[in-house]
Each structure stands twice: as structure tokens, then as C-alpha cells.
Design a protein. Structure first.
Length: 151
């Protein structure tokens, strides 16, 4: 037993380092990490606040409401109809940039790119993978409401 413990001791260290790295990344990118504790699943936000996650939701017992899909798609349609010359992915990209700039750079990721001569240049991209639908819907609704008052 002692031999196996020594043999795989590096796994515990590696797991701890991975968790610490995830926590650092969450702070840098203003996201959160999710992990299991003795009390159940928790979501640790980049600002250090910890939220206990309902385990029923994690098992899919409390799914997101389906109605949100029609609401969000309807908002996107209304916005897109006001600028029909814009391609769909161009519209989404523009909206993501607007959301990020209005929310302290949410989702902005920095990276280094290698050029053809081996030189490195810093670049950035947006990753809104973890943005909850209710926040996106609220943003889109404000855009629609603001454009309605402009007309």
C-alpha cells in the first residue's frame, strides 16, 4: 500500500496545481470555476465569491426554460432586420464585441500568435461560452428597446 501511495503521489500534486491554475485563469478572464466539495458542487467566481450550485440542476432535473430560445431568437431577428446587409456571423461578432465592451471586457482572451518569420504578436479574441442566456437576453432586449426609442 505504501509503495502505491508513493508511486502515484504526483497525481495529487498535479490535481492541486491544475485547480490553482484554473483559479488563476478565472481571475484573469473574469470567469468562474466549478468543483465538488463535501457540501456539494460550488461555483467560485473570479472575485472570490462562492455560490452553492443546486445539485438537481447539475443532474439535469431543473433544465433551462425552453421559452428563452424563442425570445432570444426573436430579439436577434429584430436586430438583424434593422441591418439586413450584415452577415449573420458578422452580426453575432459585432454583438459580442458590444457586450464585452459594455461589461468590463467580459470574455476577452489574450493570446500570442507566431508570424511567418517566427515573430510573436499579441492578439485577443472573445469567448462568451460561459455567458448565461439571461444576461445575453437582457443585453439584446436593451438594444431593441434603445433602437425603438431612436425611431
Amino acid at each position: 500500500m505504501t509503495e502505491n501511495k508513493r508511486k502515484f503521489e504526483w497525481v495529487d500534486k498535479w490535481a492541486k496545481m491544475t485547480g490553482e491554475r484554473a483559479r488563476i485563469d478565472a481571475k484573469v478572464h473574469k470567469t468562474a470555476i466549478v468543483y465538488n466539495t463535501e457540501a456539494g458542487w460550488v461555483k467560485e467566481h473570479y472575485d472570490g465569491t462562492i455560490e452553492i450550485i443546486n445539485t438537481k440542476e447539475n443532474r439535469g432535473e431543473n433544465m433551462r426554460e425552453k421559452e428563452r430560445i424563442n425570445r432570444i431568437m426573436s430579439l436577434l431577428q429584430r436586430i438583424w432586420e434593422q441591418q439586413p446587409d450584415v452577415r449573420f456571423n458578422q452580426l453575432i461578432s459585432n454583438l459580442q464585441h458590444m457586450y464585452s465592451s459594455q461589461n468590463e471586457g467580459y470574455g476577452q482572451r489574450m493570446m500570442k500568435e507566431k508570424g511567418s518569420l517566427g515573430d510573436e504578436a499579441e492578439s485577443s479574441y472573445l469567448d462568451l461560452f460561459y455567458l448565461e442566456d439571461d444576461k445575453w437576453e437582457e443585453f439584446l432586449q436593451k438594444l431593441v428597446d434603445n433602437r425603438a426609442t431612436d425611431d
